[in-house]
Ligand binder design. Structure first.
Ligand code: 9MJ
Length: 673
């Protein structure tokens, strides 16, 4: 159908007007018309587009309602990596940061830009010829998920840049987040609809952005602020961070009104106190402030180490703490039988989140802190970690209180508990007789990174264990369609789907299978190594502790657990049954060539601090396996320092000598190469 010219003009005018009002509202925070008028104009455009679908443009404000659901997110490779920030937890650490950069830059006074640290999700927006063409989450910094449709529903994000002097390609980085008011409103709505509420604005933002159905995202009150750029092609940006952000603003991108240029470390610390004092009155949650060196030239001189710029630091606000009553101590039994004491608390709001449980770690910790039922305790919730009881207010303790002791029988199955030499953890000896362990073993077996049985979630596994339908993981494969369909909230269709997923899971890899067995000390990476080194299950099953310890990743404890696992006749039977029902895998491919194996030959590494995914000893063996030398002290000759949590003087020395420093993620990337 030929569209009359005046209609085309009218649509173009409406688009421009609406985009312009969006800019006044979201970028300048200065609305020019009431919301009702905006809605009227939008409806007018919608009516035109409905009548003449050819009028539709990718940057039309009507495109913000979302599109048909996806089945999965595509992967996006960040050609300019998305950086994360190093943290400073107190003023001293900010002074250390300032000292390091001053020494490297050989200047006395440094100009910084200070910004609030938003607590949402980092995103990268790619504009080509001014049009928003792709949006992605940060992911691991190198690869993220494509969320273009979702991002298009966020009204603060322009679908087309303003003006005509923008670069041909511009990647804008910033934070997608949910303001407090929108969060409160959303949770009220969720409650009214009988749906799950969100724990905090960060979770709500993450859950809303990572939606396969962008129409859901479109109904969530998300917003965006820009704080960096990635790829820039076809134009020169200003030479300071402050000016770059203001340039982004002229192109219609929102930036923080709280951003400020400050001088030296004192300027930074004054800004910190100022924002901290106003924290509760800000319209959004923040967990600290960020200082960035303003001059781009100085930023480039400093560079970055393992994805974190040397020219910026996040100064975190203190962990949030609250006082509450410890009502009871429950004991949970984990997959490996570990008994974990959990504090049940009188509900308390800590930094916006209602907390009712906290971990007490283990018996030693309980003794150390002398935590008792009835105590008034200080609770801490820092970032995403599980809340913990920091200490007890001894003077508030009731007279009748008794020290807490973990039971000597498993609270779930009644088996004896033991504590191995040198371990803090007490374990149930019931093994798979214990329903708690059995349930978690099955959950682990079915999980995505193990056998990946789609649809066999925790609730379903609970029913299987409680109904005694599944005693070992092999039983999953022999349940009938009627048995599946007989479970709560399962129809014929879901039963069919589960059976299909189970069938599909039979074709796996040796690495996945080994991981799925849940052998102690055998995580994903160890399972992969075992599969690679032994090549077949039979060879692995007949390996001795000595054979196993020849593998770089495997120490005496893991070796012992692996041998013990395969010695148990019960485990051998389960493995045999799994193979009989058809679980199979292809032989792993050959080892990489000797050349890649020795990729770190000639380099000297120093390990410092605590690593979370492996011991230092394991890391050392794996680096040595790639040809590296691992030394105990840092010198000018050191090639690289691996700094784990709480790294101390070795890290300082490395920084003083200008030795390359990587964190745990950097180490993992190196080992996986
Ligand atoms: C947040 N989260 O507010 C950065 N950030 O800069 C600010 N994050 C950042 N800057 C470089 N304000 C990497 C991350």
């Amino acid at each position: 159908m030929k569209i009359p010219t005046e209609i085309e003009l009218q649509a173009a005018q409406l688009r421009d007007t609406l985009n312009e009002h969006n800019y006044y509202y979201y970028v300048l925070d200065d609305p020019h018309i009431p919301d009702s008028e905006y809605d009227r104009l939008l409806r007018e455009l919608q009516a035109l587009e409905a009548q003449y679908p050819e009028l539709m443009r990718p940057d039309s404000p009507t495109q913000r309602v979302g599109a048909a659901p996806l089945s999965a997110f595509a992967e996006v490779v960040h050609t300019v990596p998305m950086l994360s920030l190093n943290n400073a937890f107190d003023d001293d650490e900010v002074h250390d940061f300032e000292k390091r950069v001053r020494e490297r830059l050989r200047v006395q006074e440094i100009e910084y830009v200070a910004e609030p640290k938003l607590d949402g999700l980092a995103a990268s927006l790619r504009y080509e010829e001014g049009l928003l063409v792709k949006a992605a989450t940060r992911g691991d910094g190198s690869r993220g998920e494509e969320v273009t449709q979702n991002v298009k529903t966020i009204k603060a994000i322009p679908l087309r840049l303003r003006g005509d002097d923008f670069p041909r390609v511009l990647e804008v980085r910033g934070e997608v987040f949910m303001p407090k008011a929108g969060f409160d409103h959303l949770n009220k709505q969720q409650t009214a609809r009988g749906e799950k509420t969100f724990a905090n604005p960060r979770n709500a933002a993450a859950g809303s952005l990572r939606q396969l159905d962008s129409r859901v995202t479109g109904r969530r009150p998300l917003t965006f602020l820009s704080y960096a750029v990635g790829v820039v092609e076809g134009a020169q940006l200003p030479n300071s961070h402050h000016d770059i952000l203001h340039r982004l603003q002229t192109w219609g991108l929102p930036i923080s009104v709280y951003m400020q240029v400050v001088n030296g470390v004192q300027g930074c610390l004054d800004y910190y106190q100022d924002i901290l004092a106003h924290r509760d009155n800000l319209p959004f949650d923040i967990d600290g402030v960020v200082y960035k060196i303003n001059r781009v030239e100085q930023q480039e001189q400093l560079g970055f180490v393992s994805r974190a710029p040397r020219w910026a630091i996040a100064h975190k606000f203190p962990a949030q703490e609250a006082l509450t009553q410890l009502l009871d101590i429950d004991v949970q039994v984990g997959r490996t039988g570990a008994l974990t004491p959990v504090a049940r608390l009188s509900p308390v709001n800590v930094g916006g989140v209602t907390v009712t449980n906290a971990t007490l770690h283990n018996q030693d910790e309980i003794i150390r802190k002398d935590v008792r039922v009835g105590d008034t305790v200080i609770l801490r919730r820092a970032g995403d970690v599980i809340p913990e009881v920091v200490r007890v207010l001894a003077d508030k303790r009731p007279d009748s209180s008794q020290p807490f002791v973990l039971p000597d029988k498993c609270p779930v199955c009644g088996s004896d508990v033991t504590r191995a030499e040198g371990e803090a953890v007490v374990r149930c000896t019931g093994g798979l007789i214990c329903p708690a362990q059995r349930k978690q073993a099955v959950q682990h077996f079915a999980s995505r990174r193990a056998m990946d049985i789609d649809g066999l979630g925790d609730k379903l596994v609970e029913q299987l264990i409680e109904g005694d339908l599944v005693k070992s993981v092999a039983d999953i494969y022999t349940l009938s369609k009627e048995q599946w369909a007989g479970l709560e909230r399962m129809g014929k269709k879901s039963a069919n789907n589960i059976i299909k997923a189970i069938e599909k899971s039979k074709s796996t890899t040796l690495a996945h299978f080994l991981y799925a067995l849940g052998i102690r000390e055998v995580g994903e990476s160890t399972a992969g190594l075992l599969a690679q080194q032994f090549g077949s299950l039979e060879k692995l099953m007949s390996a001795t502790e000595k054979d196993l310890q020849k593998i770089p990743d495997i120490g005496p404890i893991a070796a012992k657990h692996i041998v013990a696992f395969f010695q148990q006749s019960y485990n051998r039977e389960v493995i045999q049954r799994l193979q009989e029902v058809g679980v199979h895998w292809a032989a792993p491919t050959e080892q990489p060539s000797a050349a890649t194996e020795q990729s770190l030959a000639g380099q000297t590494f120093v390990l410092t601090g605590t690593l979370s995914s492996m011991t230092r000893d394991k890391a050392k063996k794996r680096l040595q396996a790639l040809g590296a030398k691992v030394s105990g002290s840092v010198s000018k000759k050191t090639s690289c320092v691996v700094a784990g949590e709480k790294a101390g003087s070795k890290l300082d020395k490395a920084q003083a000598l200008g030795v390359k420093v990587i964190d745990e993620a950097g180490l993992m990337a190196l080992l996986e190469q």
